[in-house]
Design a protein around this ligand. Structure first.
Ligand code: PD2
Ligand code: ZN
Length: 302
């Protein structure tokens, strides 16, 4: 049984900008929450103790989340990991079935907290998928990946697809899709790289990798001068392969089925395997696979 926080802790109030009184997350409360977690008390038990001591349910839940997140970050940094940074995140409080993205309503099909993965349905219309393939097709070349050893680009045997990059905002359909993504993920259009289109033929795959740039590689400082680290990825499926071609997350044994118009989003708050965002494109077994990927940076990508 979790001990109750000192009732006095619940009496501290601050006034928010909107004028509402709000209970403050004092250093004493933070310490108490961390002690409870370290003693092995489950979150619902700790929350109930706080409520019994007079804490508002929402404030208690927020205090727990912020405190434990800060604590885990501090521990990770002590262990030598890079510090966590803000990441794109859709508004999914209260588990909405759909998200209003301005010009289109997008379905929420699956969410995972850690690693942060969200699968969306109907992000793109069939017409938008076809338009992106048609615009990309004449510009395809064997895919290059960013070479973190040098900061340049190179052909990579782990990625046997063909690809191309659109310029950000280069056409009306690209502009529309980029504005929709910005609204969906609450991340500025300016922080996005240009959309990349990949085409996989039967047998082609993208072996498991991380999308962030490895801080240990000599080319990474040059790469991140432009917009900072990658902090999120949105893979949009432009067609439905007959067999194979799923997006896999080996650390959590998850495979997302590629379905035209759907998309998988994942974010990584630090460039480190602890994010468990290792992912790959499974070999296409029958048919072909077309995707459009939007990578999101920390800052404006000029
Ligand atoms: O094609 C995919 O499913 C896939 C897998 C892994 C795409 C990417 N990574 C990517 O575009 O980064
Ligand atoms: Zn990737």
């Amino acid at each position: 049984m979790a001990s109750q926080p000192d009732p006095d802790l619940a009496s501290a109030t601050t006034v928010q900008r909107n004028g509402a009184a709000r209970q403050a997350i004092t250093p004493e409360l933070r310490r108490w929450i961390i002690e409870q977690a370290q003693a092995g008390h489950a979150a619902p038990v700790v929350l109930q103790s706080m409520r019994d001591a007079g804490w508002d349910e929402d404030v208690a839940a927020e205090a727990m989340e912020i405190t434990l997140q800060d604590h885990l970050n501090a521990v990770a940094v002590q262990q030598g990991q890079p510090a966590a940074v803000p990441v794109p995140e859709p508004h999914l409080d209260e588990s909405p079935a759909q998200v209003d993205c301005g010009d289109r309503t997008v379905n929420v099909l699956l969410t995972l907290a850690r690693p942060r993965i969200v699968v969306f349905g109907g992000l793109l219309s069939p017409e938008e998928c076809d338009a992106l393939i048609a615009a990309a097709r004449p510009r395809m070349a064997r895919s290059l990946t960013v070479a973190t050893k040098t900061g340049g680009e190179e052909v990579n045997d782990d990625r046997t697809s063909d690809g191309m990059f659109f310029q950000r905002g280069e056409s009306p359909v690209i502009q529309r899709v980029e504005a929709r993504i910005a609204r969906l993920l609450n991340w500025p259009v300016e922080n996005g790289e240009g959309v990349q289109v990949l085409h996989y033929r039967p047998g082609a795959e993208y072996k498991p990798h991380y999308d962030y740039f490895d801080p240990a590689e000599p080319g990474t400082p040059t790469i991140v001068q432009r917009g900072g680290q990658r902090v999120g990825t949105l893979v949009m499926y432009l067609n439905t392969p007959e067999k194979g071609g799923g997006t896999t997350f080996p650390d959590v044994h998850l495979e997302v089925a590629p379905q035209r118009g759907n998309a998988v989003f994942f974010s990584y708050e630090r460039p480190h395997p602890s994010t468990r965002t290792l992912h790959g494109g499974a070999p296409v077994i029958a048919g072909e696979k077309w995707i459009a990927t939007k990578w999101l940076r920390e800052r404006e990508f000029k």
